[in-house]
Ligand binder design. Structure first.
Ligand code: UT7
Length: 332
């Protein structure tokens, strides 16, 4: 399957909440060290949605509760629209990728659509950390079906569902949002894609209603993540009739620098071609790829015609990859 219709990313932006949670802050919670966290994950700090980070207790949010998934998404969404020279009125579809909706009902895209004055449709998409890449493929698909403009946002308040007494994973996660505007354009952008889910692996990583927060079998997730991400990226590249040598920028899900390095190495992609923000953000699930993409694009790492490889994996277990040609937008 291949989307033949043209589209382009014409705006991008990210938002990180103000509260910085360092590894030293994490060390006040349980027995760990800055060295161990940096060596095992590459993470030095992460952000937490508004509210002070004060010595959290098990099963309760350590945060003031002021920052929501929708509020962060509004900030990123507004800035991406502004960059594209558009308003909510111009958008046919809002897709909010999130694992951490603000309410069970309605979808968090509803208040978000209201705040951004979206005139078209809106929906949430939960494919865990693969969410944004699922969303990118979906956006291109909607454009293929006739939509003109899609606002695609990944926003997460993972610190609300972190088990702050679990030293095996609480240091991994952070909050933030990233957004892109995808518009119909003359040239095809989605050259290859692959999505997958293996629900038999659900016990590896989950959070239950009323439970203490996220629980994870880290080593198993690690091993599986490397395999599925490499396989998926390889399939997408083959579909696009390209090889890793054609990739100008690899934007992987930012889960652990060791996973990112292992995937890049197996694909034969050198460090200079990998977008990485994990040191400063931790794992922000659906938000991690658009945050990393925004930083790379703002640093001038993308030129028209460049091939971008997106790849993510997450709880479920889900995975997704997309080969995208960075291109010009529609004529204005
Ligand atoms: O978005 C996708 C979701 N998740 C992921 O991508 C995470 C995938 N997994 C991982 O990133 C890694 O498995 C972790 C970073 C979670 C853990 O790293 P690891 O290298 O797999 O460590 P480990 O679980 O094998 O633990 C090694 C040692 C153990 O001690 P012993 O048995 O060797 O004596 C642990 O008890 O490290 C110990 N340990 C810690 N030490 C200091 C576990 N947690 C900590 C800690 N601080 N916080």
């Amino acid at each position: 399957m291949q989307a033949e219709h043209g589209c382009s990313i014409t705006g991008w932006a990210s938002y990180l909440p103000r509260t910085v949670v360092t590894n030293q802050d994490i060390m006040t919670l349980f027995d760990t060290s800055d060295e161990w966290i940096v060596e095992r994950t590459g993470i030095r700090q992460r952000r937490a949605a508004d509210g002070p980070f004060v010595n959290p207790k098990p099963s309760t949010s350590p945060l003031g509760g002021l920052g929501t998934t929708a509020q962060m998404a509004v900030e990123a969404g507004k800035a991406a629209l502004e960059m594209a020279g558009l308003t909510g009125n111009d958008i046919d579809l809002l897709v909010l990728c999130t694992t951490t909706p603000d309410q069970m009902v309605p979808a968090t895209s509803s208040p978000l659509a209201d705040a951004l004055s979206i005139k078209g449709g809106g929906m949430d998409l939960n494919a865990a950390c693969a969410g944004f890449t699922y969303g990118l493929v979906s956006s291109a698909g909607f454009i293929g079906a006739g939509a003109e403009r899609v606002l695609l946002i990944g926003s997460e308040t993972l610190t609300r569902i972190t088990n702050w007494s679990d030293r095996t994973n609480a240091f991994l996660f952070g909050d933030g949002a990233g957004a892109v505007v995808v518009e119909a354009a003359p040239e095809p952008a989605l050259l290859g894609w692959d999505i997958g889910v293996d629900g038999s692996l659900q016990p590896l990583f989950y959070a239950d209603y009323g439970g203490p927060g996220m629980a994870m079998r880290g080593q198993e997730v690690f091993r599986k993540a490397v395999r599925v991400t490499v396989d998926s990226a390889t399939k997408s590249l083959e579909q696009a009739k390209l090889t890793p040598a054609d990739v100008a920028l690899f934007v992987p899900h930012q889960a652990n620098i060791r996973i990112m390095d292992a995937v890049a190495e197996r694909l034969g992609l050198s460090d200079e071609r990998v977008a990485s923000v994990i040191e400063r953000t931790g794992n922000t699930s659906s938000a991690s790829i658009p945050i990393a993409l925004t930083e790379a694009a703002n640093h001038g790492r993308l030129q028209e015609g460049d091939i971008v490889l997106f790849a993510g994996f997450g709880a479920g277990m889900t995975w997704a990859s997309a080969v995208w040609r960075w291109g010009a937008g529609p004529p204005r």
